[in-house]
Design a protein around this ligand. Structure first.
Ligand code: GDD
Length: 327
């Protein structure tokens, strides 16, 4: 049975990846941080299943800024594949907490690479990096050869972590992959990311549980795909004969305003009556033209995004309606 270790297992991508690897017959180990709130809601259906938890799924306390715990878990699990998804993932927040963002994202990745360097049997390593490394690129769409030009602390931390991954691959021969992930969403998206915030608000307003929706820059554009497709890309990239970097993206740009209009149309509401601008939600700098070309992933991995933007936002909005109706 192949064995996988996942950092960030409790997040959106970690939970979908766990489900995918369970289907594929893996034994899965996840690293979790001790926090005051035990938020494992995305894994709860697996955690409560006695056929799975403690049989094929195991959770270990460890922290990216606590090397002893990392080394201990890596040494005892001896994974075949290590999926590194953990980190402070909110771009806006990275302006408020740049040091801890950099520490966790950049230094945390370096620590893992150094520990792998000391292992006799090295796992294949997947690093979930971000389109934010491109910041304000000269070319659109971006591919694996586009120069990094990050414009915020998060993007800078991801860029340096990605360069470390490339260096360990080229210099020391590690099987180490950068998956350059463009925005990917789902009903499991964190509530402070814009798609979930909008879909939640549209559903809550429809049900009379919320009045207004406050947003920052609604003209901002992103390349938005469905998270389940992107975790399939993660797995595929570690099955390829050689370690490569890959863009995972849809190649299509949509604005925050498009998300608003699609979500409110799903619940038959006029967005003009509910959406307001709040300047406090504007970021000091915005990336531009982040749109990816996934041709390499298509060619080498036969990877394709399966869900359109409209399907994604409609599904997220309907999921919010169902969740709110239950609560
Ligand atoms: N979060 C948020 N909240 N964003 C808003 C809001 C708001 O109220 N109003 C407008 N926006 C704009 C942001 O300024 C940004 O331009 C865009 O909506 C998307 O914001 P997020 O959903 O927070 O995502 P992100 O693009 O900054 O970052 C996500 O995608 C990256 C991949 O490109 C995160 O998942 C990152 O971790 C990931 O690397």
């Amino acid at each position: 049975m192949p064995r996988a270790l996942i950092t960030g297992i409790t997040g959106q991508d970690g939970s979908y990846l766990t489900e995918l690897l369970l289907e594929k017959g893996y034994e899965i180990h996840g690293m979790v941080r001790r926090t005051s709130t035990l938020d494992r809601s995305r894994l709860v259906h697996l955690y409560r299943d006695p056929q799975i938890y403690g049989q094929r799924l195991f959770l270990h306390y460890a922290d990216l800024d606590d090397p002893t715990t990392l080394r201990r878990v890596l040494g005892s699990v001896e994974p075949d594949e290590l999926y590194h998804l953990a980190g402070q993932s909110h771009v806006g927040l990275s302006f408020e907490i740049p040091e801890s963002t950099f520490e966790m994202t950049s230094m945390g990745t370096l620590r893992l690479l150094e520990m792998i360097q000391d292992m006799r049997k090295k796992p294949r390593f997947f690093h979930a990096t971000s389109s934010e490394i491109f910041g304000q690129p000269a070319q659109m769409p971006q591919d694996e050869s586009t120069p990094y030009a990050p414009v915020n602390p998060y993007g800078i931390a991801k860029a340096s972590a990605s360069q470390m991954v490339t260096m360990y691959r080229k210099t020391f021969g590690h099987y180490a992959v950068n998956g350059i992930m463009f925005n990917h969403e789902s009903p499991r998206r964190g509530e402070n990311f814009v798609t979930r915030k909008i879909c939640h608000a549209a559903a809550a307003i429809k049900l009379g549980k919320q009045k207004d929706l406050l947003l920052g820059d609604t003209s901002a554009k992103r390349d938005w795909g469905y998270a389940k497709d992107y975790v399939r890309g993660m797995w595929l990239s570690l099955q390829h004969a050689t370690a490569e970097d890959y863009i995972f993206a849809t190649g299509k740009l949509h604005s925050v305003q498009d998300v608003v209009e699609t979500a409110f149309a799903t619940v038959n509401l006029d967005w003009r009556q509910h959406v307001r601008k709040d300047n406090r939600l504007l970021r000091p700098a915005e990336p531009q033209r982040l749109c990816g070309n996934p041709a390499k992933a298509r060619r080498l991995l036969s990877w394709e995004p399966t869900t359109t933007f409209r399907q994604l936002i409609e599904e997220m909005t309907k999921a919010e309606l169902a969740l709110l109706a239950d609560s």
